[in-house]
Design a protein. Structure first.
Length: 153
């Protein structure tokens, strides 16, 4: 039973309360989310861009994942399959594999994602261009489509 799963919305949708009067969530097609398992109910939930909880799926009686029809699973990668030197996104930090393993062994349950080469390259390119042009930036942003990391049992 995985504590976290990575999913992608295959369509845009909105969620309203039972009588359709209160907006409870919005999801755009193509958005990716880390969904967390609520162990008591064996259901997975994520949060939309406004922090509202969205149902993603559940475990059936046999323990198999049953996703809501609006989502699909995004590929994960085992920690043991990571290339040496892979950087990992963990909360607001970028950490090394060694630090990721240490945090995992200490019981940290915050999801960890690979940082893609494309992401690193785009950030470095933008930082370099800004530096050459005399522009000082406090932060940079580029989309990171990294894989959710699962630790070997």
């Amino acid at each position: 039973m995985m504590q976290h799963i990575m999913v992608r919305a295959i369509e845009s949708f909105t969620v309203y309360n039972h009588d359709g009067t209160i907006l409870e969530g919005e999801v755009d097609e193509g958005q990716e989310f880390v969904a967390n398992l609520h162990e008591e109910t064996e259901e997975y939930f994520t949060k939309d861009k406004y922090g509202r909880e969205i149902y993603v799926g559940e475990l059936d009686r046999s323990g198999a994942l049953q996703l809501d029809e609006a989502f699909e699973i995004v590929q994960t990668i085992k920690f043991s399959e990571l290339r040496p030197g892979t950087y990992i996104g963990h909360g607001e930090d970028v950490i090394t594999q060694e630090e990721a393993l240490k945090r995992h062994e200490q019981g940290d349950e915050i999801p960890m994602l690979t940082i893609t080469e494309e992401f690193i390259s785009s950030v470095l390119q933008q930082a370099y261009k800004d530096d050459v042009n005399g522009i000082e930036r406090e932060s940079y942003y580029a989309p990171n489509k990294g894989q959710l990391i699962v630790f070997d049992a």
